[in-house]
Write a new protein. Structure first.
Length: 136
């Protein structure tokens, strides 16, 4: 039962961190697309990377309480996962905007929700497993 509550607490922290990351990501994306006039997918890459940096910094210590150093195998796993999530997010945006005709900000919102759910599961099971020190 105690492990169950620990997982719920992690999910809650991941959600709060995700909200912060989403604000960073969405703000950068909105500025680049709406104010700068940058292309949809370049804006997505830049904004996602900004959110990803925030995510790693906060999640590694606060959400998952990792004991690994900043530069570790965990960082490599995090980057691999988030590159995959970025590609998935871009695919979802493409489907929503180009194929289904949604507004580009709505497409971004749909992408964010789906990617965040998958990201938590994989982060918890693979990236931040806390099996001891894993340094590069």
């Amino acid at each position: 039962m105690k492990e169950h509550w620990a997982e719920i607490k992690k999910l809650f922290k991941f959600g709060i961190t995700g909200i912060m990351n989403t604000v960073v990501d969405f703000a950068v994306y909105t500025v680049l697309v709406s104010l700068v006039g940058m292309g949809l997918y370049v804006s997505q890459v830049i904004s996602y990377c900004c959110g990803m940096l925030n995510s790693y910094a906060v999640n590694r210590k606060w959400t998952f309480d990792t004991k690994n150093g900043f530069f570790s195998l965990e960082l490599v796993k995090f980057i691999v996962l988030n590159l995959a999530m970025m590609l998935l997010g871009m695919g979802i945006i493409y489907l929503c905007v180009e194929q289904m005709g949604f507004h580009k900000l709505v497409g971004k919102l749909v992408s964010t929700v789906l990617v965040m759910a998958i990201n938590f599961v994989v982060s918890n099971l693979w990236v931040f497993r806390n099996k001891g020190e894993e340094t590069l």
